[in-house]
Design a protein around this ligand. Structure first.
Ligand SMILES: [Ca+2]
Length: 252
């Protein structure tokens, strides 16, 4: 019966991330934007219908510890348009549709507790008891839940805790830092598409190897960097820019 259960992946703290299939967290290092979960796993950086990614920011310029500062959810509509929802610090929410050139900032919280756009629901609530029992949102006063038309839920507390809840039918059809959700905890840490020889957007960070290679726990930097999905300019994030141009060795 447990195979009917949704998959739960989260990142919290500095950041410790737990994939869908394991109960252990792993400490990741990086200050750029990384894929948490997406489908279309044979498509490299592209995806079929959904892509969840997060911005990791350095806590202090000289520290290698970072945290999830913003969460993005992209979803391809049947019309071909792409809706992007982002949830940032303090629950700052924006919704955009590239087909209609529609962009809005949701600033109606706290006057309403849910908004709807393009089949999405975005709501604000107290953390569910189940998550509190697991200690996930214990310091979060409010959480913001983005529910996609396909049932995927992405929750962010507007501070540094993100949780991705994948419906049971996503089994085996997801990839990213959250792993492949095939109920096998031994194969979650696989190299993503951001690799040397594949036009990496941050060449100093792109590991060598092949997409899907299993990574050992000693190579978690390679794992994280292989799921790097967007570069940032020096103006957007000087820490990411430095890592991208100089590599992680600058941190130690
Ligand atoms: Ca797995």
């Amino acid at each position: 019966m447990s195979y009917k259960a949704p998959g739960i992946c989260y990142c919290r703290g500095d950041p410790h991330c737990k994939p869908f299939d394991t109960n252990d967290t792993m400490l990741l290092v990086g200050a750029c934007i990384h894929t948490l979960a997406k489908d279309g796993c044979s498509k490299g950086q592209d995806y079929d219908t959904y892509h969840v990614y997060a911005n990791f920011d350095r806590k202090k310029p000289q520290s290698h510890r970072s945290f999830v500062s913003q969460v993005y959810v992209e979803y391809k509509l049947e019309s071909g348009g792409i809706v992007t929802v982002s949830v940032g610090q303090g629950g700052a929410i924006s919704v955009s549709n590239n087909e209609t050139n529609f962009t809005t900032t949701v600033n109606t919280f706290p006057y309403v507790n849910a908004v709807h756009a393009d089949g999405f629901e975005i709501d604000r609530s107290k953390p569910p008891q189940e998550a509190l029992d697991d200690g996930i949102f214990k310091k979060s006063k409010r959480i913001y839940t983005v529910t996609l038309p396909n049932g995927l839920k992405v929750i962010y507390d507007g501070v540094k805790v993100v949780e991705v809840i994948a419906p049971a039918e996503f089994t085996g059809n997801t990839c990213g830092i959250c792993g492949n959700f095939d109920h096998d905890e031994t194969n979650d840490i696989q190299l993503g598409p951001h690799l040397q020889g594949h036009s990496p957007i941050c060449s100093a960070l792109a590991p060598s190897g092949s997409f899907g290679d299993l990574v050992t726990s000693e190579s978690l930097y390679d794992f994280t960097n292989s799921w790097l999905t967007k570069a940032e300019t020096a103006e957007q994030d000087s820490n990411c820019y430095e890592e991208c141009t100089q590599g992680l060795n600058m941190l130690w």
